[in-house]
Ligand binder design. Structure first.
Ligand SMILES: C[S@@+](CC[C@H](N)C(=O)[O-])C[C@H]1O[C@@H](n2cnc3c(N)ncnc32)[C@H](O)[C@@H]1O
Length: 192
């Protein structure tokens, strides 16, 4: 799988409003996000999903946005200020193999992993770190671009998620990506 980082110039393209024609963030996020939730946007880039997430969690909610590239996060912050949701968004510069989310253990209601896992050097450890942040009834939306991630690589990612304690509960059909909703055993009622 490719671990090459998405360049910043692609970050600008990913934040383009034209992308909504294929991947409408509000429609994609609607089944998962409610007011006052704490959401995690991992590999947030310039905030194509983070800003609709912040709108959906409302003034009582919080969105923590992680990225390994500072320029992506600065672009996100600028867009958040323009959209009037900056006070609900926290950006965090992380390391590829250290997300720095220990303070969020058990607090996250929804995590978005959109087009990021194939860039992580150790997908299983990456997914396990995210799993540790989840509140027992939380859900994760995992999506990987079809153009970068083959069917076999997608299966390997789902296997890594399973070993990290996240099992797929459904496979939503979203434009241009392979997608799965992941849940913890507690949510799926599989824990004793
Ligand atoms: C292809 S972009 C997707 C951005 C965004 N999720 C979207 O769909 O618009 C991947 C982003 O993940 C970030 N990234 C790559 N590896 C990462 C890691 N290990 N931890 C956090 N972010 C990472 C990159 O810097 C880039 O901004």
């Amino acid at each position: 799988m490719s671990h090459r980082l998405c360049p910043v110039w692609i970050g600008y393209l990913l934040a383009s409003p034209l992308r909504k024609l294929r991947q409408n963030p509000r429609t994609i996020l609607a089944p998962f996000v409610r007011p006052r939730m704490t959401a995690l946007d991992v590999g947030a880039a310039m905030g194509f999903f983070s800003i609709p997430l912040a709108e959906a969690v409302g003034p009582g909610g919080r969105v923590v946005c992680l990225d390994v590239q500072e320029k992506m996060l600065r672009g996100l912050e600028k867009r958040a200020r323009k959209a009037g949701v900056a006070e609900r968004i926290e950006t965090r510069l992380c390391e590829p193999d250290a997300l720095g989310v220990e303070d969020l253990t058990g607090k996250v209601d929804f995590a978005l992993l959109f087009a990021v896992v194939h860039e992580a050097p150790e997908p299983e450890a990456f997914l396990a770190a995210i799993r540790a942040t989840l509140e027992p009834r939380a859900r994760v939306l995992l999506a990987e671009p079809k153009g970068h991630v083959t069917e076999a690589e997608w299966t390997a990612t789902l296997d890594a998620a399973g070993r990290a304690g996240l099992a797929p509960s459904s496979f939503p059909s979203l434009g241009g990506v392979r997608a799965a909703v992941l849940e913890t055993p507690a949510r799926a009622g599989r824990e004793p």
